[in-house]
Design a binder for this molecule. Structure first.
Ligand SMILES: *Cc1c(COP(=O)(O)O)cnc(C)c1O
Length: 341
C-alpha cells in the first residue's frame, strides 16, 4: 500500500467521475460549442453569484490571466511573501504582465488590511510602480491550509475600494475554506473582483480551474486565455469531471479535514517532532527536532510506503485527499507512532 500525502493533486478519477467523463456531451469549445464546459461555467457563476466564469486548464494559468486582466505593464501587485502567484508560477507575473510584486510578511500566508494600506505606492509619485492589484490566497498553501478571517477580507476590500485597486483571490482551495469556516460561495463572490478555484485538488478532477469575475474585469478573459495558449477543443470531457467534483465532492472535504486534525494530534506527541502548525483544513505542516535529518526521515517514510513532500526551510508538508482512504489513515497513524529516528 502506497500512502501518497505529497499533495491533494495526486487523486485519480473515481469510477463515478469516469462515468461522468464518458457520458459528457462535447463540442469544440473554441467555437463556444462544448455544452459541458458551458454548463460548468454557468454552474460556477450561479454558485458564486458572479457574472462570468471561464474554464482554464490550470490554476497557474487562471491566476496569471487574472493578473493580466487587472494590471498594465510596470504596475505592482501586493501579495504575501509566501503567495503561490509569486513563488510557484515561474515568475509569470513579470513574464506575462510586466508586473512586480510588493511582498508582505504576513501570518501563515495571510496579510492584513493595515499591511495592504501601508504597501500602496502613492499614485502621484510617478517614480514608483503604480499599485493596481491585491492578491490573497485562501486557504494558504505554504501557510499550511490556514483560512482568512472573513472580516479581514472585508477590511481589505474597503482599502481596495478607497485606492481603486483590483482584488483577486487565488482560491485554489477555497472550497476547503468555505467548508471549514461555514461561509457561502456567494459571500466570496460579493467581495472579490475575480476568484480562481481549482477543480483538480480536493475536488478530485484530473485537471481544470475556473476563473470567475464581474463583467468589467472578465471582458478580455477569453482573449488572454488564448494568448496564453489555453483555448481548448472537446474539453467537456474534463469539464464533466470538474462539474462532478464541484457538485459531489465539496461536503466530503470535511473528512479530509478531520483526518488532517487526527494526524496533527498524533504528530504533536512524537519525540522527533518539534512543532506542528495548527491544522485548519487538509494541510499539515510540521518540523523535525533540531539535529534530526530530514533526508533520513523522508527515506524511512519512503521505505514504509509513505510519500511526503518537503517545502524547504525545514518544513515538511502532508496533504489529505479523496484517495487517502480510512485504511491508509489507520496505517499512517501507526507508522507515525512507531517510526524511530
Ligand atoms: C495548486 C495551486 C495553484 C494552481 O496550481 P496549478 O498546478 O497550476 O493548477 C494556485 N494557487 C495555489 C495556492 C495552489 O495551491
Amino acid at each position: 500500500m502506497i500512502i501518497d500525502l505529497r499533495s491533494d493533486t495526486v487523486t485519480k478519477p473515481t469510477p463515478k467521475m469516469l462515468e461522468a467523463i464518458l457520458n459528457a456531451k462535447v463540442g469544440d469549445d473554441v467555437f463556444g460549442e462544448d455544452s459541458t464546459v458551458t454548463k460548468l461555467e454557468h454552474y460556477m457563476e450561479e454558485l458564486f453569484g458572479m457574472d462570468t466564469a471561464v474554464y482554464f486548464p490550470t490554476g497557474s494559468m487562471a491566476n496569471q490571466a487574472a493578473i493580466k486582466l487587472h494590471t498594465q505593464p510596470g504596475d505592482e501587485l501586493i501579495c504575501d511573501i509566501w503567495a503561490h502567484v509569486y513563488n510557484f508560477e515561474a515568475g509569470g507575473a513579470s513574464f506575462n504582465s510586466g508586473v512586480s510584486c510588493k511582498l508582505i510578511q504576513g501570518n501563515r500566508g495571510m496579510i492584513t488590511a493595515e499591511q495592504v494600506e501601508e504597501s500602496i505606492n502613492p499614485p502621484d509619485f510617478y517614480h514608483s510602480p503604480l499599485t493596481s492589484l491585491v492578491c490573497l490566497e485562501n486557504t494558504t498553501n505554504k501557510g499550511g491550509g490556514a483560512c482568512y478571517d472573513f472580516n479581514e477580507i472585508l477590511k481589505i476590500r474597503e482599502v481596495c475600494n478607497k485606492h481603486k485597486l483590483g482584488f483577486h483571490l487565488d482560491g485554489a482551495r477555497l472550497m476547503n475554506a468555505i467548508v471549514a469556516k461555514g461561509h457561502t460561495p456567494k459571500q466570496y463572490g460579493e467581495v472579490f473582483d475575480s476568484i480562481s478555484i481549482c477543480l483538480s485538488k480536493g475536488l478530485g478532477a484530473p485537471i481544470g480551474t475556473v476563473l470567475m469575475g464581474n463583467t468589467e474585469v472578465m471582458k478580455k478573459a477569453r482573449r488572454i486565455r488564448k494568448v496564453f495558449g489555453g483555448a481548448m477543443r472537446q474539453i467537456g470531457f474534463m469539464a464533466a469531471a470538474g462539474l462532478y467534483g464541484i457538485t459531489k465532492n465539496v461536503e466530503r472535504l470535511q473528512e479530509d479535514h478531520q483526518k488532517a486534525k487526527e494526524i496533527e494530534e498524533t504528530l504533536i506527541s512524537q519525540m522527533y517532532v518539534s512543532r506542528v502548525e495548527p491544522v485548519e483544513t487538509n494541510i499539515i505542516i510540521f518540523y523535525l527536532k533540531e539535529g534530526l535529518s530530514q533526508e533520513l526521515f523522508l527515506s524511512k517514510m519512503n521505505d514504509l510506503g509513505v510519500k511526503i513532500s518537503s517545502m524547504g526551510q525545514g518544513k515538511l508538508r502532508l496533504v489529505t485527499h479523496l484517495d487517502y482512504s480510512p485504511e491508509m489513515h489507520k496505517r499512517f497513524l501507526e507508522i507515525i507512532n512507531s517510526v524511530e529516528l
